[in-house]
Design a protein around this ligand. Sequence first.
Ligand SMILES: Nc1ncnc2c1ncn2[C@@H]1O[C@H](COP(=O)(O)OP(=O)(O)OP(=O)(O)O)[C@@H](O)[C@H]1O
Ligand SMILES: [Mg+2]
Length: 279
Amino acid sequence: MRMIYKFGGSGFAGFRAEQFYKSISICAVIPKTKKISTGVTKIESGYVINKNELLRALSNKFGKKIIGADFGERILDNGSLGDVRLVTGNAETESGNKLPYSIVLKIQKKWERNFDPGSWRKEYDLYNTPLGSYFNKELRWPSCYEKSISEDETRIWMEYAEGVTGLDMTPEMYERAAYELGRFQGKLYERRPEFLPEFSNLSGINFMKEYYLRYRGWSEVYDFIRSGDCGIPRRLCEMLIDFDERSEEIFSRIEKLPVVLCQRDFWVANIICGEDTIF
Ligand SMILES: Nc1ncnc2c1ncn2[C@@H]1O[C@H](COP(=O)(O)OP(=O)(O)OP(=O)(O)O)[C@@H](O)[C@H]1O
Ligand SMILES: [Mg+2]
């Protein structure tokens, strides 16, 4: 089985350990195709696909000069923050060969997250580090072919990771993804790459605790799960309340764990299980 681990832009922290309880959304792909052949093109959302950017990305992808390309696109719509598009078409080489391609363009607008100001550009920044060389064929991120950043957005052209994602994944795939992530974290822990401590864009080790304490102080949420008619299944509320009551003990156990690199948004919509790689 190929499993591929998709590293999202909003996550990544130097964390001791963490668990995320997220609502699970159904993954859907909305087809939205438009044929365009030349020049700079305005697409429906108002973003501009720059033809030179596309040609550079395709030249990097194929390892040879691409002089022309047509493309269609569709939105990959199970993301949370970015505008992510699958772009497909035929690329033309200098010798006139036509090469079919699929490539992903992810546009991330600037946004602010509490305690984590560089969050929105983290995926872009990480592609500038040697982190990619620590992956193996069992677990890796999609190759980046072209990227740019401006004041208020990042644009990343990357490999299209084909495979099973979201709720279509089997328990065996979840298990494999967790196993490979653990191996990857163990490898980084053992090798302690020099660039990691110097990389200023990781969230702090205490991010999770600060985030949690902020929630604790936010009565709208804190009181909500304690109100009898909040609409969330009672059993779930009880579990959350129980975590609150044992939070000190839970954090003190977490704080004894080794510090490793965490993706921080490791959940089904950010994992793609390919034939023998996890993205
Ligand atoms: N390289 C890729 N290949 C195939 N599908 C992708 C790729 N990148 C993203 N997708 C699909 O698009 C969806 C949204 O992408 P992504 O998760 O990167 O965006 P996001 O949820 O907005 O940002 P993030 O997860 O970084 O906060 C993913 O759930 C995945 O299904
Ligand atoms: Mg995502």
